[in-house]
Design a binder for this molecule. Structure first.
Ligand SMILES: NC(=O)c1ccc[n+]([C@@H]2O[C@H](COP(=O)([O-])OP(=O)(O)OC[C@H]3O[C@@H](n4cnc5c(N)ncnc54)[C@H](O)[C@@H]3O)[C@@H](O)[C@H]2O)c1
Length: 481
């Protein structure tokens, strides 16, 4: 016996048909769907909702329940969602709650819905207080994706959707990410590869953690800041646009706390902007309001805000608490990291010849530098070793993440060809520093093998030699002090 099945599209327009009225029968996507379902012996009817996030309300859900009841849908009936993420979320939630849950099938037609929203069984609606505040986990029986439906997707929606594809690449598929960096031509030539790859990243994660108890949180990459920005724009920013802004900001956070190499945020920013996505918080948006909005979400979940942060392309880790994000929300901010490298005997600072080297211990010196570096918009990482090899290794490794080096080579200044070669080869601006006024001391201290390959040398100002060097690097790297 035929069952009543609801086909639930929104007002998408297929160019080979014309939209000529509110009657569901004239809706082109539905016509196809109806025809094929009816030819298989199903009886169907359609409900059309207005397009856009503003429809994703409890009022629409309630309207859908009424529409399901009228023709007599019962527990064996099926809901088919034909449309973007809004339709999928609504249809899934209406199906989850109608008669304590009926099956549904998702037929995503937008890129966001194909690459992301159709997978994972999250359904729901927005409340005036925020997005997705009511909902249920209710997985569709089937997801049917046909990339050819993207032919009619407006360009802006396509651009928005590609953010979720980039996100999938960052989370778990460097090849997919690379394809995204190659521009629209490459992407659009190969939807049949791109979409399944993006889907696979999410499927692997949701299979491992269906109810978001752990690793699934990596899918929130870009969303903690993105959701706040999306809401503060009054949804003028599309979801994917906000996620792109969030991904870049959160990559900066990852750099700031030292889990990602310097340059990752700019790399992601380039990938996003190349495809037409915004990557910086809009200038008119108030940074404090963004932080407040993130905190409101935190209160709502009665937990601390935890970010999923990228470590590199292909790896995202969940669970990072970061308190101060104002600096990274400011687009002008570039978290440059400086290596402050202390050579032999500097571990004895404070006790070794204080009349020459001062009373500060190495820890005190480092903490003064860290304090000062924040004002300069720099992050300082410090390292001390008495060994030539360890100092050389530190210089080599700094190539991966530092924008410059402040180096006190200690006694190696006068003897180490190997350290000179390391400084010359790393391609970073290095400033040689000394606490004491070396040119006013013994002859042998006036000779430096290192300084000819440095951008400059500062000596004689105690711990402030380091500070002067940091200021100079800030000026060299950022063009400001
Ligand atoms: N459930 C989840 O896990 C999940 C994940 C990500 C996003 N979402 C939700 O998805 C929604 C965003 O999805 P979206 O970007 O698809 O928005 P959307 O559903 O509003 O669709 C965007 C626009 O594209 C139109 N459209 C869709 N397919 C079309 C096609 N083939 N041709 C022409 N027009 C077409 C729609 O009518 C709409 O105007 C948000 O509500 C978001 O919260 C849910």
């Amino acid at each position: 016996m035929a069952q009543e099945n609801a086909v639930l599209p929104d007002a998408l327009c297929w160019h080979e048909f014309s939209w000529d009225g509110p009657e569901c029968q004239s809706f082109p996507g539905t016509v196809h769907m109806d025809k094929s379902l009816r030819s298989e012996g199903y009886s169907t009817f359609s409900v059309i909702i207005s397009p856009g996030e503003t429809s994703k309300t409890v009022a629409t859900i309630s309207h859908l329940w009424g529409e399901f009841l009228a023709p007599g849908m019962e527990r064996r009936s099926t809901v088919v969602a034909l449309g973007g993420g809004v339709v999928g979320d609504l249809a899934g939630f209406a199906a989850a709650t109608y008669m304590r849950g009926i099956p549904w099938v998702n037929v995503p037609t937008s890129l966001v819905a194909m690459a992301d929203a159709s997978l994972g069984g999250k359904t729901g609606a927005d409340l005036p207080q925020g997005k997705n505040l009511v909902g249920a986990f209710h997985a569709p029986k089937m997801v049917l994706t046909d990339p050819s439906t993207l032919r009619t997707l407006p360009r802006a929606e396509m651009v928005s959707g590609i953010a979720e594809v980039i996100k999938a690449g960052i989370i778990g598929d460097p090849e997919l990410y690379k394809a995204c960096t190659q521009g629209w031509e490459r992407i659009e030539a190969d939807w049949d590869e791109i979409i399944p790859r993006a889907m696979s990243v999410k499927i692997e994660i949701i299979e491992a953690d269906p109810f978001e108890e752990g690793i699934r949180a990596v899918l929130n990459l870009g969303h903690t800041i993105g959701h706040a920005v999306e809401r503060l724009s009054n949804y003028q920013l599309r979801h994917g646009e906000a996620v792109a802004i969030g991904m870049v900001a959160e990559a900066r956070l990852a750099e700031k706390i030292g889990i990602a190499q310097h340059g990752l945020a700019n790399e992601i920013k380039d990938a996003c902007t190349r495809l037409g996505l915004p990557a910086e918080v809009p200038a008119e948006m108030n940074l404090e309001e963004i932080q407040e909005m993130i905190k409101v979400d935190k209160k709502r979940s009665s937990a601390k805000v935890k970010y999923a942060l990228p470590v590199r392309i292909g790896e995202v880790r969940p669970g990072y608490e970061v308190s101060d994000i104002e600096a990274i929300l400011n687009g002008g901010f570039d978290m440059s990291i400086i290596l402050v490298l202390h050579g032999p005997n500097l571990n004895l600072l404070g006790q070794r010849e204080p009349e020459v080297y001062g009373n500060l211990t190495l820890d005190e010196l480092d903490s003064r530098l860290k304090e000062a570096s924040e004002q300069l918009g720099l992050e300082v990482r410090t390292f001390q070793s008495n060994g030539e090899g360890a100092l050389i290794d530190a210089l080599h490794e700094a190539q991966e993440w530092a924008s410059g080096v402040v180096f006190n080579p200690g006694g190696y200044t006068h003897t180490s060809v190997a350290l000179r070669d390391a400084v010359a080869s790393i391609g970073l601006p290095v400033i040689e520093v000394h606490l004491s006024h070396v040119d006013a001391r013994e002859d042998f201290r006036r000779r430096s093998l290192i300084s000819p390959v440095c951008v400059g040398k500062i000596s004689g100002f105690g711990w402030r030699s380091y500070l002067l060097a940091l200021r100079e690097l800030a000026w060299q790297i950022k063009g400001e002090v």
